[in-house]
Design a protein around this ligand. Sequence first.
Ligand code: XMP
Ligand code: MG
Length: 189
Amino acid sequence: MSNQAWSYPEVGGDLVNIVVSEEQIRQRLSEMAAEIDTDYAGEEILLVGVLKGAAMVMSDLMRHLRSDVSMDWMAVSSYGAGTKSSGVVRILKDLDTDLTGKHVLIVEDIIDSGLTLSWLIENLRSRGPASVEIATLLRKPEAAKVEVDVRYLGFDIANEFVVGYGLDYAERYRQLPFVAVLAPHVYGG
Ligand code: XMP
Ligand code: MG
């Protein structure tokens, strides 16, 4: 696949190839939403998005859902401006919602090492929810350092640094409607 859909010439050369297209994302999110609606039939769901990367997944996934949902956001940091997970997680913004008795569905953009999410799951479980599950658009199986039990998965991708559809490098490229591999020369790889 070419990256010709990307019409911003100043970054066009930074993208190697598209790994998940706009159409693939749209299709898969509607399938995931149907699974979620079936599994949570009759229950309220609290969608917990992880800022900022999950913003696009959240808005596109939730518009397919027919369940009774509300939404809250957390911001955590494990990366800084670099491309490697440190395993050190800081809460930059906590939830506004009391999780007691709630069915929590974490909505994520990508699981890389799994370190951020395994920390987050433990953190949220300690707040007395009825359940905590994970929906993620992307996962890099080869990068896993800890096992994370993902209930709803979009796509497994190769262990390359990707941007777009919410994912950034140094806060750029988030607006791409697809997921693309970032050329290593951009981050000095
Ligand atoms: P870990 O390694 O803890 O990382 O599972 C989770 C978070 O790291 C970010 N991440 C990426 N961001 N392209 C990005 O733009 C990537 O390829 C990538 N891999 C990990 C992301 O914020 C994720 O939530
Ligand atoms: Mg993220």
